[in-house]
Design a protein around this ligand. Structure first.
Ligand SMILES: Cc1cc2nc3c(=O)[nH]c(=O)nc-3n(C[C@H](O)[C@H](O)[C@H](O)COP(=O)(O)OP(=O)(O)OC[C@H]3O[C@@H](n4cnc5c(N)ncnc54)[C@H](O)[C@@H]3O)c2cc1C
Length: 251
């Protein structure tokens, strides 16, 4: 029985680890994480201002960095997030974000999708009639996939390597799977790249599923490293869905 996701599942799986060099001590002030200190250290190196002449807390310092558009120092801090419960159509849009991003996604050629899960489009969630239509089509598609894999395995019986044979069958059969098929993807990006993607995808113009995901990623990263993301504000838009706006555009 396939599972139907109505929201993404996010897990932060990697964050920066900063080792402050003893020969260039910084006068740190205020709360901060390794990622934020790493960016502050990199920024201060540019002017050799480790003595912190303006007596800024780390997060005030980073606020000024964003205001000045000196965003390259944010590129030192990388965060990796495992995304699950997202659709293939979402990841198709997500992977368009290239600069500063790395992706590793579940392969539909290698992985058996006979028991794949699916993501309900936000506009369909809570509407029984639409849900019924959607669900029927998804189930028909999955049954067709299972049938095609079985048939293709027969047709390719001459292929000796079973792993290769399965791959050949699955890569053809997946053509009938819908965009709503659930996928898993590890996304790594630096803080500057996350900001650019989140600005575009949490805005009101973005598609609803990726927008919902972007708002959740934003919340996660705001908790993790407020110095990089505190200028984003989540609000409920006129369409009654959450969106986010930013103070410092494309630092
Ligand atoms: C609401 C919305 C609707 C969209 N609709 C469509 C659509 O209908 N069809 C479609 O194909 N795409 C669509 N897109 C995707 C969009 O065109 C971009 O591919 C996507 O947003 C990634 O943006 P980017 O290229 O700025 O990101 P990245 O590739 O991460 O680039 C980040 C920034 O780096 C710089 N940069 C990156 N590469 C280069 C380069 N080669 N040369 C110069 N500068 C570079 C640019 O400043 C760029 O903004 C849509 C996006 C959004 C948010």
């Amino acid at each position: 029985m396939a599972k139907f996701y109505t929201e993404p599942v996010l897990t932060l799986i990697s964050r920066p680890s900063f080792s402050a060099p003893e020969h260039l001590p910084v006068d740190w002030i205020g709360d901060s994480t390794d990622g934020e200190r790493l960016a502050e250290f990199a920024g201060r190196l540019c002017y050799m201002s480790q003595h912190n002449p303006a007596k800024r807390q780390t997060r005030e310092y980073l606020e000024n960095i964003k205001k000045q558009g000196h965003g390259s120092v944010l590129e030192h801090a990388n965060y990796s997030i495992l995304l699950e419960g997202v659709s293939r159509s979402l990841t198709h849009e997500l992977v368009r974000h290239r600069a500063g991003f790395a992706y590793s996604q579940l392969s539909q050629r290698y992985v058996d999708e006979s028991e794949a899960n699916f993501v309900v489009p936000p506009a369909v969630v809570g509407d029984e009639m639409l849900m019924e239509t959607w669900r029927t089509q998804v189930e028909v598609a999955q049954a067709a996939y299972v049938g095609l894999v079985a048939e293709l395995m027969e047709r390719y019986s001459w292929v000796a390597d079973k792993v290769h044979r399965r791959k050949m069958a699955r890569e053809a059969a997946r053509a009938v799977l819908p965009n709503a098929t659930e996928t898993k993807i590890v996304v790594t990006a630096n803080a500057r790249a996350w900001r650019t993607m989140l600005e575009l995808r949490s805005s009101e113009g973005a598609e609803l599923e990726i927008r919902r995901m972007a708002v959740e990623v934003l919340r996660l990263l705001q908790r993790e490293a407020p110095g990089f993301f505190s200028d984003f504000e989540v609000y409920v838009a006129a369409d009654r869905r959450e969106a986010a706006r930013i103070s410092y555009h494309k630092v």
